[in-house]
Design a protein around this ligand. Structure first.
Ligand SMILES: [Zn+2]
Length: 404
């Protein structure tokens, strides 16, 4: 199961009073370091021992935790967890045991609550987009897949070029214009083929005249996998005009361009693509933050700060939630109507008893995802103090209920 599928299931595991252990651990790439992960995980699980004796929990909960600890200790010993990290959710009382490989290193952590603690999975997925890079000159284009910090060649498109573009008709001259025209015409044809191929890579569901089978380093790509962003690298200035040939919907995916890609050195090429993607990510984040601050100032469609974001999620009004990893606070949840708050015993909306949550921001994030909103984890410094989390709304919020 992929992390995305697992997240989709985990946010729907409702609270029923029985405890769920959520465990996150960094897994080293080098198998020689396996001992390290074992001792770290055992250290985390030691922290839970007092809970198994805690008389404020009922007997079933204590027994469940005891069994979960045993099972998790066994899992880290016997199972080969994948680097760079794993999330494991266990509740023997609820018959739940799920291991989720992560594409980013999580912080080592264990947490017990009535629902799975999923924030690190959502954060890793936020960064886990699939990029396509294309390096091209007038006659040749190479496509690359960039995902999970790996750059892999997909395929090439080769088109005829005039071998001697400077051919001017020899000593009699007079052919310069015709040659130039021919060169441009061939380049344009080539660009169109490349643009067409890109359109198929980004929108495989469209019915294209040519049917392609996408192969990455000799391995066919399963149908339905698509790219999220595009990076274009041009050799010199001979391909100016290529971006103009892209269909609008492909151009919208363009993260950036650079010139003179290092085709002979994949590490150097990857570094060039990284630079473009880092800048794109950073710009996207800055734009989203600025946008929310701007629309909040105009009133209605944006909110900042935990209190308002909780009410926005309770109203199912969040389109995009922006949060920092450091945003964390205890809070309360109504499992009947979904109301989220910072404190209280009784839900002000439905009058039901509230459940205490150790990390209300995790509950907030899950609520937004369940309502098909998006969640982005932004850099620590990108939101002003006291105004994180922040949210872009679907509609202006109704007035808040008065506390019960
Ligand atoms: Zn309620």
């Amino acid at each position: 199961m992929t992390a995305a599928q697992a997240l989709n299931d985990l946010i729907r595991v409702g609270a029923d009073g029985r405890p769920i252990v959520s465990l996150y651990a960094v897994v080293p790439v080098d198998p020689k370091d396996e001992k390290g992960v074992r001792s770290r995980v055992n250290g985390l699980l030691d922290e839970l021992d007092p809970l198994t004796e805690d008389e404020s929990l009922d007997r079933e909960a204590r027994l469940s935790l005891r069994e979960d600890i045993v099972r998790l200790r066994r899992a880290v010993l016997e199972e080969h967890w994948k680097p760079p990290g794993m999330a494991v959710f266990a509740s023997s009382a609820r018959d739940l045991f799920e291991e989720v490989p992560l594409s980013e290193e999580p912080g080592d952590r264990v947490l017990v609550d009535a629902t799975p603690w999923v924030r690190p999975i959502a954060t890793a997925l936020d960064k886990d987009y699939r990029a396509c890079a294309v390096t091209l000159d007038r006659g040749r284009a190479v496509f690359w897949e960039y995902q999970d910090d790996q750059l892999a060649q997909i395929e090439e498109v080769d088109d005829p070029v005039l071998r001697n573009a400077d051919y001017t008709g020899g000593r009699f001259g007079g052919r310069e214009n015709a040659t130039h025209h021919k060169v441009q015409e061939l380049a344009k044809k080539h660009f169109r083929r490349v643009a067409d191929r890109l359109e198929h890579l980004f929108f495989p569901e469209l019915d294209h005249e040519a049917q392609y089978q996408t192969v990455v380093e000799g391995v066919p790509v399963p149908a339905g996998r698509r790219f999220d962003v595009l990076v274009v690298a041009e050799h010199g200035d001979e391909v100016s005009g290529f971006v103009d040939e892209l269909p609008d919907r492909v151009r919208e995916k363009l993260a950036g361009t650079f010139t003179d890609p290092s085709l002979d050195d994949r590490g150097a090429l990857k570094a060039q693509v990284d630079t473009v993607l880092d800048r794109w990510e950073h710009d996207r984040e800055r734009r989203e933050v600025e946008h929310v601050l701007e629309i909040e100032a105009m009133g209605g469609w944006g909110v900042t700060g935990l209190h308002k974001c909780l009410w926005a999620a309770s109203s199912k009004g969040i389109e995009t939630l922006l949060l920092r990893e450091s945003d964390q606070a205890p809070g309360v949840v109504c499992d009947v109507c979904g109301w989220l708050g910072e404190r209280g015993d009784i839900c002000p909306v439905s009058g039901d008893r509230l459940r205490q949550a150790p990390d209300i921001v995790d509950q907030l994030l899950q609520s937004v995802l369940r309502d098909s909103g998006e969640v982005r984890t932004v850099e620590e410094g990108s939101l002003p103090e006291g105004r994180s989390p922040a949210a872009h709304l679907r509609f202006p919020l109704p007035p808040e209920p008065t506390p019960a």
